[in-house]
Design a protein around this ligand. Structure first.
Ligand SMILES: CC(C)(COP(=O)(O)OP(=O)(O)OC[C@H]1O[C@@H](n2cnc3c(N)ncnc32)[C@H](O)[C@@H]1OP(=O)(O)O)[C@@H](O)C(=O)NCCC(=O)NCCS
Length: 380
């Protein structure tokens, strides 16, 4: 047995995949052979989702069929609304999402229910279709707001943005949001994808797999970082002049700054963050004057980037620039991480299918550093 131990599995190859790869040397994120940034600039989120699932970009007809499938199963069963209401106003929206995903297994009637590998494709589409309503209704129920449905005929991406802001989005907002979802759609083997593959390798059902992935993604070292960035900018720093002293004091105290660093490209730029920064600039230009603090946020982010590069040699990750983009789109902070999960449904689904299709149970060993040879005290 290989006795090498890598804490956090750093540098360990945990799967063979055709889905995606972080090509750090080339500063490229490969998605089924394409560059993610190129995809985000030229095709839509649903195109990329189809690519992740099927290996090729869709034809017009295939895209339209996927859009129809997502529309057909978008409604939440009443039982889920009852469960969300029972969670009360203190629930974290990621916990509501995780509970909703888990509870949906009991309402899996579309297409005849069933569990295991055979049912997975249908269940994944059905779950993904329900994300807009699940996110929107979780938030509205928590805040005692009236239920709402996006307009008839809205596309999947439009529906998701409409549900999380509570108002019909503009064409520019849909375009920026589509690109944001694409940038979040897949990223090789982060903790949540690994968690999903580990659970899927037992041939458990997709509800359990995705509930586990949602639990992983909630953590502030993973998906929860985008919310933490927004709280830092809006509640802790507040104005650009305070940004550099704030960060330096935090670093002095050996604290982590959310939105910086990454296990794979710790000292290299995250190409997604750079594209998100450009999208932030476009949004501010288009609607800056109408959103309070828009220009301050841009200034704070730039100062943060400069300070972190100088002080720690660290680069912003996607979550750093996604936070102000969400804010300018009118998304409540507590829905940032749930949206990350909804976007990542595309990549997670592809990984679950790949794991089921070529499965080997994950079951690693440990380096045992505990006691040996202890004897029980003699019986009375
Ligand atoms: C993502 C993350 C967990 C990866 O961590 P990791 O691979 O385990 O890296 P380590 O914890 O070994 O960190 C290596 C060094 O960089 C420093 N570092 C890493 N990220 C840092 C951050 N965000 N702020 C300050 N210092 C950081 C560590 O303190 C450590 O410094 P040291 O060698 O002087 O002790 C880490 O960068 C982090 O906590 N980032 C903030 C959370 C975040 O934005 N998450 C979203 C990721 S997409």
């Amino acid at each position: 047995m290989d006795e090498a131990y890598h804490p956090g599995l750093e540098g360990v190859l945990a799967a063979e995949t055709e889905i995606s790869y972080l090509d750090v040397e080339q500063e490229s994120i490969l998605i089924r052979g394409y560059d993610l940034i190129e995809l985000a600039n030229h095709v839509t989120y649903l195109d990329v989702a189809y690519l992740l699932w099927h290996g090729d970009l869709p034809s017009e007809g295939e895209r339209a069929t996927l859009e129809q499938e997502l529309a057909a199963t978008q409604m939440l069963p009443n039982g889920i609304l009852t469960i969300l209401k029972a969670l009360g106003p203190e629930v974290h929206t990621m916990d509501a999402l995780r509970t909703g995903i888990s509870a949906l297994s009991a309402f899996d009637v579309e297409g005849g229910g069933g569990s295991g590998v055979e049912a997975a494709d249908r269940q994944l589409i059905s779950l993904w279709a329900k994300m807009p309503a699940l996110l929107g209704e979780s938030y509205r129920i928590k805040h005692a707001l009236a239920p709402m449905q996006a307009g008839q005929g809205a596309s999947y991406v439009e529906r998701l943005l409409w549900q999380v802001t509570g108002r019909p989005p503009s064409a520019l907002e849909i375009d920026v949001f589509d690109k944001l979802l694409t940038l979040y759609s897949e990223h090789e083997m982060p903790n949540s994808t690994f968690s999903a593959r580990v659970i899927a390798s037992t041939l458990s059902d997709v509800y359990g797999v995705l509930a586990g992935a949602a639990a992983s993604l909630k953590g502030p070292l993973h998906g929860g970082a985008n919310e933490a960035v927004m709280r830092m900018l809006l509640e802790e720093v507040v104005n650009p002049n305070a940004m550099a002293p704030y960060l330096k004091a935090k670093l002095q105290a050996k604290a982590r700054i959310m939105g910086f660093g990454h296990r794979v490209y710790m000292h290299r730029p995250d190409p997604r963050a750079m594209m998100m920064k450009r999208l932030l600039g476009e949004l501010v230009e288009a609607k800056g004057a109408s959103v309070s603090k828009a220009h301050d946020l841009v200034a704070m982010c730039q100062i943060g980037e400069d300070v972190m590069r100088q002080e720690k040699g660290l680069f912003a990750n996607l979550d750093y620039y996604a936070a102000p983009v969400y804010y300018l789109l009118g998304v409540p902070t507590e829905l940032f991480t749930p949206i990350f999960f909804a976007a990542r449904m595309a990549g997670l689904s592809a990984h679950i299918r790949e794991q089921y299709g070529n499965n080997r149970l994950y079951r690693p060993r440990v380096r045992y550093v505990g006691a040996r040879g202890r004897t029980l005290p003699p019986r009375e």
